[in-house]
Design a protein around this ligand. Structure first.
Ligand code: HEM
Length: 529
């Protein structure tokens, strides 16, 4: 029997001292190649503990993928604060310690991602890119969960599940179809601005290292008097910005569906550490009747001439994960993860998001996802929120009186924090209602963005939109052309002509090849055409 043993013959590391494999119970493994059987070809026995553990653990290796942003990669590094916001001391606006003391470094991790595709989908998809940063600050964790583009499709969280359903493949056939997305968008004119960015080359960043990041939603900064300002965050890559044409993306995708992850990993491995500068835009808290948009509307850019980008620090990524699953797949970011001095605004998207993230993470990773090293703060955690599956708090750290797991108490346990600083307490005087915000102005900035593009970017935009819309229902085509016309007449006219030209080409191609329906390879945003 012994002669038949299939030994691992790899001798790559023979000169290095290698540890012996053990079971998860710590027992040394004597045979990892052959299951235990009666005779060397006989039936297997049930007490095959090592084999059964190995297979059953393998059967459970994957956690559910993220419902959005499933495809991603990440790295570790630090944030270094300038201690100033532009030329002013940062303390004027926020008491968050992460920003104080020029030169102070805060460790962090980042996860970049695409949105609509599944976990192994191509990284060349036309799709926003996620840009999520977790800072392990001295006051607990701060997550800035952003995207590469600075605006979003919708402005009310109520619409998010429908939007994502429309952007994902057809639930019956599982085939991506641009008609679904444009059907939704044609009834959601607030999305026209984002669509204008998405179908331009800005919809396919060349790599994660060459893209911007933005918090997108409006947050607040609170100073030590409890005063608030509205704030937007933006990351600017020191490597420069590079986007791809559809043709360039197609070429990459034919050879490599994981080029962006590979690019990030290899750059860090060779010591070429990517860096971004963090800027903020600040606005006095309030309604701002002088603006033609609501500062809480995430489909709008804040004009830079009125609200300049002010540098506040920089981020460097200098370490790759050692284990993708442990450190990146199980990473859990959320918009509710703020520290003292940072606060929510009433941006309806931000509020909806804040519930959604931790809710999905309790399901995706588990109730105790915050105990995992990548998610746990580097500060000590003293909480009475415990138990649940896989609770692995260190019992040695259960405080001076482990009998008291409630608060308040006169005899022990943790006590409530002293209130050193005044809280920010916004006042409200309005009826509760379900109603859209005022000043929707769905087309003004979409038109500005269209006109701000360089010629080649505009050409790409028209071609990408026309290719995708050419296979849509006529009612959807007409509605979309009307929206683009409202943004800019030239925009609408060119998309209309582009759709007609593309439909004619498809007709001729069908005659020649009798290809049924849509062009081969065309997917949700019309790539591959
Ligand atoms: C991931 C919900 C809007 C950026 C997610 C996840 C959910 C979600 C459920 C998966 C989280 C996980 O499994 O860990 C929502 C809802 C939104 C919304 C309900 C609107 C109401 C946005 C917006 C942005 C954004 C506007 C950009 C600013 C991200 C990013 C991730 C993500 C970057 C991936 C985080 C990671 O790398 O783990 N979102 N989202 N989301 N979302 Fe959103």
């Amino acid at each position: 029997m012994a002669e038949n043993k299939d030994h691992n013959t790899s001798n790559k590391q023979d000169d290095v001292k290698r540890e012996t494999l053990t079971t998860r119970q710590g027992r040394v493994v004597t045979d990892n190649q052959n299951m235990r059987t009666i005779g060397n070809r006989g039936p297997a026995t049930l007490e095959n503990y090592h084999f059964l553990e190995k297979i059953s653990h393998f059967d459970r290796e994957e956690v559910p993928e993220r419902v959005v942003h499933a495809r991603g990669s990440g790295a570790f590094g630090y944030f270094e604060t300038y201690g100033k916001v532009g030329d002013e001391p940062v303390e004027k606006y926020t008491r968050a310690k992460v920003f104080s003391g020029a030169g102070k470094k805060t460790p962090l991790m980042v996860r970049f991602s695409t949105v609509a595709g599944a976990k192994d989908s191509p990284e060349t998809d036309r799709d926003p890119r996620g840009f999520a940063v977790k800072m392990y600050t001295e006051d607990g964790n701060w997550d800035l969960v952003g995207n590469n583009l600075k605006i979003f499709f919708i402005r009310d969280a109520m619409k998010f599940p429908d939007m994502i359903h429309a952007f994902k493949p057809d639930p019956a056939s599982n085939v991506p179809n641009p008609e679904r997305m444009f059907d939704f968008v044609s009834r959601s004119p607030e999305a026209i601005h984002m669509i204008t960015f998405l179908f331009s080359p800005w919809g396919i960043p060349a790599t994660y290292r060459h893209m911007q990041g933005s918090g997108v939603n409006t947050y607040k900064w609170i100073n030590d008097k409890g005063e608030a300002v509205l704030v937007k965050y933006h990351w600017e890559p020191k490597q420069g910005i590079r986007n791809l044409t559809q043709e360039e993306a197609n070429e990459i995708q034919a050879k490599n569906v994981v080029h962006a992850t590979q690019d990030l990993y290899e750059a860090i491995e060779r010591g070429d550490y990517p860096e971004w500068e963090l800027f903020v835009q600040i606005m006095e808290d309030g309604y701002h009747p002088e603006l033609d948009f609501d500062p809480l509307d995430d489909t709008k850019l804040w004009p830079e001439d009125k609200f300049p980008w002010l540098p506040v620090g920089r981020m460097v990524l200098d370490r790759n994960p050692k284990d993708f699953h442990a450190e990146i797949e199980q990473a859990a970011f959320g918009t509710g993860v703020l520290v003292d001095g940072l606060d929510f605004s009433d941006d309806k998207m931000l509020i909806g998001r804040t519930f959604s993230y931790s809710d999905t993470q309790r399901y995706r990773v588990g109730a105790n996802y915050l105990q995992l090293p990548v998610n746990a703060p580097k500060t000590s955690v003293r909480t009475n929120q415990h138990r649940g599956q896989l609770d692995h708090r260190d019992p040695q750290e259960s405080g001076d009186n482990p009998h008291i797991n409630y608060e308040p108490s006169m005899v022990g346990g943790y006590r409530e924090e002293d209130k050193t600083y005044p809280q920010h307490e916004p006042a409200y005087h309005a009826a509760a209602m379900s109603a859209p915000i005022d000043r929707p102005n769905n087309y003004g900035q979409a038109g500005n963005t269209y006109r701000s593009f360089e010629d080649w970017e505009r050409d790409e935009l028209i071609k990408n939109l026309s290719d995708a819309l050419a296979i849509c229902d006529k009612r959807i085509q007409d509605a979309m052309v009307e929206h683009f016309t409202q943004a800019d007449e030239d925009y609408g006219r060119r998309v209309k002509e582009g759709i007609e030209k593309k439909m004619q080409e498809i007709k001729e191609m069908k005659k020649e090849d009798s290809v049924p329906g849509r062009e081969a390879g065309q997917s949700k945003f019309g790539q591959g055409s």
